[in-house]
Design a protein around this ligand. Structure first.
Ligand code: ADP
Ligand code: MG
Length: 246
């Protein structure tokens, strides 16, 4: 499989404290990869260096071989790296479909324009996207009445509306009940399979990670201590030490 993203010896220090300490890894095309680790391990800091939200203290990030280190978030997003946030940025009073249509407008601005015909095209595309996250039956309901898990699905549809080749999801199942977590990641796994995009996500529920991720990386105190398939990572003594305390 072709490599889409590569992080090379990334470091981030906050006033001398090394939150991320020389992390190197890659994500391949069509891969669903998890970044796990205890609270404070440096997962979000890592993510924010990939999306351009944070400038690394040192190290490089490459997208399909081209250096993107230090580029602005907007530019990295334009190059095909999407992200979902822990807090949803939806318009509560608009319908589910309209929220996706708004995202499509910013994606297609130059292509379709703003007229009634364009709005219809956006509507059709929005419904397609909602179907891919199993939310088309809620298309005309206002966002304000959505259940929490459905809001997370909507957030995924909005991220997909920009047609990313790589999607970064920081704790996509935060705040969900265990069974909803599994469902959400099943959905992400289906999208990865159907659309051939790559997803890198963080998660603290191990069951979710081992059920769905193709590969798993474990971060501890700013250092990667494992990077491999579920079985290798599960059996790694250093990982067991971090998660089971011995
Ligand atoms: P995780 O996402 O794995 O929980 P974070 O990347 O959020 O970890 O944080 C890693 C470490 O860096 C933690 O010790 C945290 O307190 C520290 N940290 C995160 N952001 C900042 C910041 N803006 N300033 C100082 N320290 C920070
Ligand atoms: Mg975090």
């Amino acid at each position: 499989m072709t490599e889409i993203l590569r992080a090379d010896t990334l470091r981030k220090s906050y006033d001398g404290f090394l939150a991320v300490d020389g992390v190197s890894f890659s994500v391949r095309e069509g891969e669903l990869k998890a970044l796990i680790g205890p609270n404070g391990a440096g997962k979000s800091t890592c993510f924010n260096m990939l999306t351009g939200q944070l400038k690394p203290s040192s190290g490089e990030v490459f997208l399909r071989g081209a250096r993107i280190t230090g580029k602005r978030p907007r530019e990295i997003w334009r190059l095909g790296v999407g992200r979902t946030f822990q807090i949803t940025g939806t318009y509560a009073s608009m319908s589910v479909a309209e929220n996706v249509q708004m995202a499509l407008i910013s994606h297609h601005r130059r292509l379709f324009g703003f007229g009634a015909r364009a709005w219809k095209l956006y509507r059709a595309e929005a419904l397609d996207l909602l179907r891919s996250v199993a939310l088309d039956d809620q298309a005309d309901r206002p966002c304000s009445v959505l259940a929490y898990g459905d809001l997370k699905r909507l957030e995924l549809a909005i991220a997909l509306s920009h047609r990313p080749r790589l999607l970064l999801m920081d704790e996509p199942t935060a705040g969900m009940a265990p069974s909803a977590r599994i469902d959400m990641m099943q959905l992400v796994a289906d999208v990865v399979r159907d659309q051939g995009l790559s997803v890198l996500f963080t998660e603290h529920d191990m069951d979710v990670v081992f059920a769905h991720a193709h590969h798993i990386m474990v971060l501890n105190r700013g250092k990667l201590i494992a990077d491999g398939n579920a079985e290798a990572v599960r059996n790694d003594p250093r990982v067991q030490e971090v998660y089971l305390g011995g």
